[in-house]
Design a protein around this ligand. Sequence first.
Ligand code: NAD
Length: 245
Amino acid sequence: MSKTVVITGAAKGIGKAIAKTFAYSGYNVCINYNTSEEEAKSLCEELAKDGCNVIICKADVTDRKQVDKMIDTVISSFGNIDVLVNNAGISEYKLFIDIDEKDLKRMLDVNILGTFNMTQSVLKKSMLPRKDGTIINISSIWGMVGASLEVAYSTSKAAIIGMSKALAKELAPSNITVNVVAPGAISTDMLKELSDEDMKVLQDEIPLGKIGRVEDVAATVKFLASYEARYITGQVISPNGGLVI
Ligand code: NAD
């Protein structure tokens, strides 16, 4: 029987690449989106045309009721959930002194509460009763080493790492692994605020000499969900071209 994966924020960017990688590997895929309905629909059509088993589910990951409803839909469509990829996230460039309480709360809501809601819902409804599953949380190199002008983002992404390590220990007796993928600079909408000059500076700082591709992150996520990675839990794997070593 095919395995099932739920990926949050999967209509575009890194999440879309992860969805495609799993779909073409024979997984049943739930593509979660919140606002990117057009992109989600067209991705679903593209994958369905190629014979993949895909559904799209609208849910704001910060809203627990919407999350629970989505997880019920996935379970009734595919039976259970084997892999959860918490990818949905937001970022913001601001001087620390300009960040207000609303900015900080929004950042923590999407990047931390969203991961909390999804993880707790999937655990309760599918993984814990079956004592089986894999959770992969998308952090960032900035959660490992901190980024100037991204204090709120770095805070949220560091929290993802702490949450994942603690959860890995708590869930190991239930045969559930939890790992973190912490990408470096990857070419998506998230980098669109950077000027061409900033992008050039960033690229020059990367030992492998190039900005990462969404497929580089998707391949790492797929490996962590594979049978070959069954002895890996509580780890942070960072596809970053050597930017952070
Ligand atoms: P992106 O903006 O293209 O994708 C993020 C997705 O999350 C979007 O589709 C967005 O609609 C969705 N999302 C936001 N809030 C949501 C909510 N409340 N509920 C459901 N979905 C929501 O950016 P991306 O670069 O593809 O980022 C994906 C993940 O990778 C993020 O967690 C990001 O922090 C992380 N990341 C990105 C980079 C990079 O350089 N692009 C580097 C390190 C980590």
